[in-house]
Design a protein around this ligand. Structure first.
Ligand code: ARG
Length: 478
């Protein structure tokens, strides 16, 4: 006889009593895995059809089960069916919901499946579905960056290495560098999706099922490309979760690096950019303050994305096959990375779309710090001077100017000759920022025509990304 307390549990038969309070509290996951309820119900509908085709559910039973599952989906959507204290996880809660509606018939659905293959499938479904939202949000940021770059497309800026003036670049070239990083994030997520499109359903607890089920039919109904070939791998593999967390962490790092630039650019010391009021905060004590909180939160949150990845990988390391309960810890990092990115991206997009640059300040800084010294060296090279000597001569010119407190274009003909005989007055032709920019016209360079091409190609890519994001392979099953 099973005890009354155990009747609602999934494993009543061999247990003499219910779990201790501390065991139940530790074990419980409904407070986070409820997110998976719509996907678990979609899996249940597909499983019911397969059981029916296998002759394990009669026609009227299938109809009743599908009706009850649909009703349960509506109730979950409306928030009228929720987990109760005695439910351990989302699967147990939903089976309770089904048996409350159907009595013993509700219990038939458990045949041929296990929470182990259910959870592995549910998390894939959740991710494949939500990754489209994520890509859509990234594409909007790509568009914001392209828009900002386009508005200031011809503004010259001091390009930096080591945060020191290095060579002039177009500010649009720099903004689009951030957009390129985002396109790789999208590529990674789309590529991830190909590997995530394999269904673990049918793996059962670990060995597959002796019942005549059809894993490929379930896979197709849930929008997967196919079912997996190895049931042990099916319930053990969390590569898809780790890979997602990596893609999320790298995206987070990209947002952090963009955020850092905004923090710098909006500082009084740089004075390159102004934040729109709606995308900045003030100070409770200092009335003059306008703070780049979005940029800082982008920088700050990157830490937790990296943490989610390392936490997940560390949990997986050393786990024996097949399922272990440790795997329950896979969900919170995945959900957290997804939710936080979906919170962060629209804010960063809004901040970038409404950012005002100050071209006069940026352009004035472009030639400063002897940023045209490389152009002098390359001019010498074009005149046959070996680069090693050219570098020396140009360096001597910088030192000469530094001692006298002038910029490179401030030297007279005789001063140029004093630095080196090779520095004939014609060198002045390369001492212009527009000239330096225009000269860098090979593929990848900062010349205006190359940047114009990037604006076009990145705009088209963002459009493609939005299109990919618009349809989910899972949607039809929900
Ligand atoms: N809540 C579990 C998880 O998230 C469900 C999987 C099966 N549990 C089990 N004890 N076999 O991983």
């Amino acid at each position: 006889m099973t005890s009354a307390a155990n009747q609602t549990r999934l494993w009543g038969g061999r247990f003499g009593g219910g779990p201790s309070a501390a065991m139940a509290a530790l074990s419980k996951s409904t407070h986070f895995d409820w997110e998976l309820a719509p996907f678990d119900l979609a899996g249940s509908r597909a499983h019911a059809r397969v059981l029916h085709r296998a002759g394990l559910l009669a026609d009227d039973e299938l109809e009743q089960v599908l009706g009850a599952l649909r009703q349960l989906s509506d109730e979950v959507g409306a928030g009228t069916f929720t987990a109760i204290e005695s439910d351990e996880d989302v699967h147990e809660a939903l089976e309770r919901g089904l048996t409350e509606k159907l009595g013993a018939l509700g219990g038939k659905l458990r045949a041929g499946r296990s929470r182990n293959d259910q959870i592995a499938t549910d998390l894939r479904l959740y991710l494949r579905h939500r990754v489209r939202d994520l890509v859509g949000a990234i594409a909007e940021l790509e568009q914001a960056l392209v828009g900002l770059a386009d508005r200031y497309r011809d503004v010259a800026a001091p390009g930096m290495t080591h945060l020191q003036h290095a060579q002039p670049v177009l500010i649009s070239h720099q903004l689009l560098a951030h957009a390129h990083a985002l396109t790789r994030d999208v590529d990674r997520l789309r590529d991830w999706d190909k590997r995530a499109a394999v269904s673990p359903y049918g793996s059962g607890a670990l060995a597959g099922s002796s019942l005549p089920l059809d894993p490929d039919a379930v896979a197709a109904e849930l929008g997967f490309d196919r079912a997996g070939d190895n049931s042990i791998d099916g319930v053990s593999d969390r590569d898809f979760a780790a890979e997602f967390c990596f893609a999320a962490a790298l995206l987070g790092v990209h947002l952090s690096r963009l955020g850092e630039e905004v923090v710098l650019w909006t500082s009084t010391e740089f004075g390159w950019a102004r934040l729109d009021d709606a995308w900045a905060t003030g100070s409770s004590i200092m009335p003059q303050k306008k703070n780049p909180d979005i940029a800082e939160l982008a920088r700050g949150k990157s830490g937790r994305f990296v943490g989610n990845l390392t936490g997940l990988l560390t949990m997986l390391k050393g786990l024996p096959l097949a399922y272990d309960r440790d795997l329950q810890e896979d969900k919170e990092p995945v959900f957290d990375s997804m939710e936080q990115l979906l919170l962060l991206l629209p804010a960063v997009s809004g901040m970038m779309a409404t950012l005002t640059l100050r071209p006069e300040v940026i352009e004035a800084a472009a030639p400063q710090g002897f940023a045209l010294a490389t152009d002098v060296a390359e001019w010498l090279v074009r005149r046959g001077v070996p680069f090693r000597s050219a570098h020396e001569i140009s360096g001597a010119m910088v030192a000469y100017c530094e001692q006298r407190g002038v910029e490179l274009d401030g030297l007279s003909d005789s001063q140029l000759a004093e630095v080196a005989p090779e520095l004939i007055p014609e060198v002045r032709t390369v001492l212009s920022v527009p000239g330096a920019l225009a000269a860098r016209k090979a593929r990848g360079g900062t010349a205006p025509e190359r940047v114009a091409e990037q604006l076009t190609s990145l705009g088209a890519l963002a459009e493609q990304h939005l299109q990919w994001a618009a349809s989910s392979p899972v949607a039809a099953a929900l």
